[in-house]
Design a protein around this ligand. Structure first.
Ligand code: MOS
Length: 746
C-alpha cells in the first residue's frame, strides 16, 4: 500500500467502553418521564378494506390509555414523497401516513396501535382488538403484476436503463463464446441487533422530541415537522447510538409517525419498539430479484457484449427500485456494448428499501457468477478473465476512474489466498472426504459525497468538541470522525470529543450509500480552515503575537496546534497562546452547509476482490466457508480497525446471502412465513471463516480532501458470487438461485 494511505494508528473505538459497559443509550432505552408503551395490531390480509374495528374489550383492559386507528387517529398531513436521498428532506419509501384510511395494501400493515402504561398491558389489550376486513384478491407474484410493471428511467438521478454499442450484433456473432443464464435472489430482511424504535414526546402542542433509531436525524426531523406543520426546529431528533441498520433505518417508516400520533392521542410520551416479527413487514427489506445475464466474448476472453435484464418487486404504496444491472454490469468491465434493463412489479407486499449495497449486491452476484461461467466456457482462469476486461474508464460514462487499484486487489488477493495452486477442474480438489472449492469475484461500490456542515468549540486548554448531525450505525464513525478532526484541526486525538446523532447539530446527510466518512470528512476539512482563519484573525490584531499585522491569507497551520506564515514558519503562534492572550476560554466556529457539486470529469468507485474457500461433505452437502481473503481499494483508510471490521461484516453478510438468508412468504396470505431469528438464518461465528482483509491503493484526493472513499457497503458486494463460484468449483453444480441450501446440492 502507498505511503500515507492509513490516516492514523489502529485506534480502538472511542465509544467502545460506553458500549461494553452499557452506558451507551440506544433510542428506546432513554428514560422519559410518564412514558407509555405502544403495541401494534397488524393486518393479516394483504389487500382489502377494514370494515370495522371493535375496541370495546381492549378499552376496558387494565392500563390502556388510547387505541388509535384510521377511525380516530390524530392525522398528520402527507409530507410528500421526496425521491432523492441526497436531499435534506428525508426519505420515505412507504408513501402513506399510517392509519390514513381503511385501505390495506400489504399483510403486516399496522391497522391499530394500543397505548398502555406497561408493555405487557399494551400487548394484552392489542390481542383484544377485533378487526374485520373485506378482503380482495392481492397481487403477490411478479407474473400477476405484469400489467402494472414499470421501467423506471432513473434511480437516485442515475440512469438505470442503459444501452451502448450494438449488443444484438455481438450476440448474433457465432465466432464469440456466449453464455446466458438467469439468477435469482430471494427477499432478504434486515436483522440488526437493535430493532427499529421511536419514543415520541410532545412537550407542547407544537413541540416534539423523538428518540429514534435512525440513519438520518435531519431527515426524520424534516419529514415529521412537515407532516405536523411545525417549524423544523420544533422537532428534535436524538440518536447517539444505533445497533446496526444496513439501510433499514435510512427512511422514515410508519412506526415513527405512529408513535407521534399515539403520543398525541394518549397525552403522554409513547415508546414504540418495533417487534422483531414486524421488522419483516414494516421497515423495508431487500426485494427479490430475477436477473438474466448474457455475455459474449472473443476466444481470448475480451468481452464484446453484456446484457443484464432484471425484474424486481416493489409495493403498491412505494416506488423503491433495486437497480441490480446498472450498478454492476453498468460499471464493472470494459465492453463495447452494454444493455441494462430493469423492470419493477408492484405487489401487495410491504415496501422494499435499501439494504447494504442495494443494486450492487444482487447485481454483482449475478454478473460475477456469469463471469465465472464465461471463464469456464473459455477455459480461462477467472482472475485472468477479469484482468483482460479491466475498465480504466467508466464503460458507460466514458470518464476515467479515479485512483483505481483493482488489478492490485486481484494480485494481492491471489497471492495471499494461494490461488495459483488451484486446479480449475470442478470437484477435483479434496481435503480428506470433503470437497474443496475455490471461488473469487470482483467487488465495487460507488464513492458518494454530499453536503454537510460542522461546528467546533475550541477551549483554551487545547481540547475541542466537534459536532455534526451525522450517525454511527455501529460502524466506528465516532472513531473515524475523531481521527479526521484530529488531523484536520491539528489537535491531539485524545483532546477531541466528537458528538453526533442530534438534529440540533449542523447538517449531516443520511448515513447511507457509504457516504458519511467522505462527506463529514470534507466538512471537517472546511471546519478546520475556518477555525484556523478565525484564530489567525485574533493573532494578527494581537501585539504580543509573532503573527501581528500579517495578512491572514498568508497564515496556515504549520504544525499541529500551531499557525504560522506559509513563507516563514519561524513566525508562528499556538492555538492555545492565541486564545489565552485574548483571554478567551473558548471560541466556536461553524461552517455553512454547501451543496456538493458533482465532479463530472471522473468516476469514483471503490474496488476489491474476494477469494473464498468452501468445504462440502459430498454425502450431506452443507457448505462451510473455511477461508476468505478480501482485498479492498477505497482510497485512504481513516481508521484501520473499524475499516477492517466493515469488510469482515460485509463479507459475512455476503456468505449469509449465498447460503442461508431468505424470507419466504405464505402464498395465501402474503405474510412472511419466516419472521423471527430462529427461522431467518444469518451468519453466526460457527458459519464465519477467518477473513483476511487487506487494503491497497493511495489516497483519492481527486475525490475529497481527506482522500477516503466509503467502505460500509463494498464488503458485501461480490461475496455471495465468490461463495457460489466456490461451490461450483467444489461440486460441479451451478446453483443459480440463492440461497444455496443443501437440498439444492443433493
Ligand atoms: Mo445503505 S443500504 O445506503 O444504508
Amino acid at each position: 500500500m502507498a505511503e500515507g494511505n492509513i490516516l492514523g494508528p489502529a485506534r480502538n473505538r472511542v465509544d467502545g467502553k460506553a458500549k461494553v459497559t452499557g452506558a451507551a443509550k440506544y433510542s428506546v432505552e432513554f428514560e422519559v418521564p410518564k412514558c407509555a408503551y405502544a403495541w401494534p395490531v397488524d393486518s393479516n390480509i394483504a389487500k382489502g378494506k377494514i370494515t370495522g374495528i371493535d375496541t370495546s374489550a381492549a378499552q376496558k383492559s387494565p392500563g390502556v390509555l388510547a387505541i388509535v386507528s384510521h377511525l380516530n387517529a390524530p392525522k398528520p398531513k402527507e409530507p410528500g414523497a421526496k425521491e432523492s436521498r441526497d436531499s435534506g428532506h428525508g426519505i420515505r419509501n412507504e408513501e402513506r401516513v399510517p392509519f390514513a384510511d381503511n385501505e390495506v395494501h400489504y399483510a403486516g400493515q399496522y391497522v391499530a396501535l394500543v397505548v398502555a402504561q406497561t408493555i405487557e398491558q399494551a400487548r394484552h389489550a392489542a390481542r383484544l382488538v377485533r378487526v374485520s376486513y373485506a378482503p380482495e384478491q392481492p397481487l403477490l407474484e411478479m407474473e400477476e403484476a405484469e400489467h402494472r410493471a414499470r421501467k423506471p428511467s432513473k434511480n437516485h438521478d442515475e440512469n438505470v436503463q442503459l444501452k451502448t454499442g450494438n449488443v444484438d450484433a455481438a450476440f448474433a456473432d457465432s465466432s464469440l463464446t456466449r453464455i446466458e443464464q438467469t439468477y435469482s435472489t430471494p427477499t432478504e430482511t434486515h436483522n440488526p441487533i437493535e430493532m427499529s424504535g421511536t419514543i415520541a414526546a410532545w412537550e407542547a402542542d407544537d413541540k416534539l422530541t423523538l428518540w429514534d433509531s435512525t440513519q438520518f436525524v435531519k431527515g426524520v426531523q424534516s419529514i415529521v415537522s412537515r407532516a405536523w406543520n411545525l417549524p423544523t426546529e420544533n422537532v428534535r431528533v436524538i440518536c447517539p447510538f444505533v445497533g446496526g441498520a444496513f439501510g433499514c433505518k435510512g427512511a422514515v417508516w410508519p412506526h415513527v409517525l405512529a408513535a407521534a400520533m399515539a403520543a398525541k392521542a394518549a397525552g403522554v410520551p409513547v415508546k414504540f419498539h418495533v417487534r422483531r416479527q414486524d421488522m419483516f413487514t414494516s421497515i423495508g427489506h431487500r426485494t427479490p430479484t430475477q436477473q438474466k445475464v448474457s455475455l459474449a466474448a472473443t476466444p481470448d476472453g475480451k468481452l464484446k457484449a453484456m446484457r443484464h435484464v432484471t425484474n424486481t418487486l416493489t409495493s403498491t404504496v412505494g416506488q423503491f427500485t433495486e437497480s441490480a444491472g446498472a450498478r454492476s454490469t453498468g460499471v464493472m468491465y470494459a465492453s463495447p456494448s452494454i444493455w441494462v434493463e430493469e423492470t419493477v412489479f408492484p405487489v401487495n407486499m410491504s415496501t422494499p428499501t435499501f439494504m447494504r449495497a442495494p443494486g450492487e449486491c444482487p447485481g454483482s452476484y449475478a454478473l460475477e457468477c456469469a463471469m465465472d461461467e464465461l471463464a469456464y466456457a473459455l477455459k480461462m482462469d477467472p482472475v485472468e478473465l477479469r484482468i483482460i476486461n479491466h475498465a480504466d474508464n467508466h464503460p458507460v460514462k466514458n470518464v476515467p476512474f479515479s485512483a483505481k487499484h483493482l488489478k492490485e486487489c486481484y494480485q494481492v488477493g491471489a497471492e495471499k489466498f494461494g490461488w495459483s495452486k488451484r486446479n480449475p477442474k470442478p470437484a477435483s480438489m479434496r481435503d480428506g472426504e470433503l470437497l474443496v472449492g475455490w471461488g473469487m469475484a470482483t467487488k465495487t461500490y460507488p464513492a458518494h459525497i454530499q453536503g454537510a456542515a460542522a461546528r467546533v468549540t475550541l477551549k483554551a486548554d487545547g481540547s475541542a468538541t466537534v459536532q455534526c448531525a451525522t450517525h454511527d450505525l455501529g460502524t466506528g464513525a465516532y472513531t473515524a470522525f475523531t481521527q479526521i478532526s484530529s488531523e484536520q484541526l491539528g489537535l491531539p486525538f485524545e483532546k477531541i470529543r466528537f458528538e453526533l446523532g442530534k438534529s440540533d447539530y449542523p447538517f449531516g446527510p443520511v448515513a447511507g450509500g457509504s457516504n458519511s466518512t467522505a462527506t463529514v470528512g470534507k466538512a471537517l476539512h472546511e471546519l478546520a480552515e475556518a477555525l484556523h482563519q478565525t484564530l489567525a484573525q485574533l493573532a494578527i490584531k494581537d501585539p504580543k503575537s509573532p503573527l501581528q499585522n500579517q495578512n491572514p491569507q498568508d497564515i496556515s497551520m504549520v504544525a499541529p496546534g500551531r499557525l504560522g506564515l506559509k513563507t516563514d514558519s519561524s513566525k508562528s503562534d499556538t492555538f492555545i497562546d492565541i486564545l489565552r492572550r485574548v483571554r478567551r476560554d473558548s471560541i466556536i466556529v461553524e461552517t455553512p452547509l454547501k451543496t456538493e457539486q458533482a465532479n463530472k470529469n471522473w468516476a469514483f468507485q471503490s474496488w476489491g476482490a474476494d477469494f473464498v474457500e468452501v468445504k462440502i461433505n459430498p454425502v450431506l452437502p452443507r457448505v462451510q466457508v473455511t477461508r476468505a481473503v478480501s482485498v479492498i481499494n477505497c482510497g485512504r483508510v481513516v481508521t484501520f480497525k473499524p475499516a477492517r471490521n466493515q469488510i469482515i461484516g460485509g463479507v459475512n453478510m455476503g456468505i449469509g446471502m449465498a447460503l442461508m438468508e431468505a424470507t419466504e412468504y405464505d402464498p395465501q396470505t402474503g405474510l412472511p412465513a419466516i419472521r423471527n431469528l430462529a427461522d431467518y438464518h444469518v451468519v453466526t461465528n460457527a458459519d464465519a471463516p477467518v477473513i483476511d482483509v487487506a487494503f491497497v491503493g493511495e489516497p483519492d484526493f481527486t475525490f475529497n480532501p481527506i482522500g477516503c472513499r466509503g467502505i460500509g457497503e463494498i464488503g458485501i458486494v461480490g461475496a455471495a458470487a465468490a461463495v457460489a463460484n466456490a461451490v461450483y468449483h467444489a461440486t460441479g453444480k451451478r446453483v443459480r438461485d440463492l440461497p444455496i441450501t443443501l437440498d439444492k446440492l443433493i
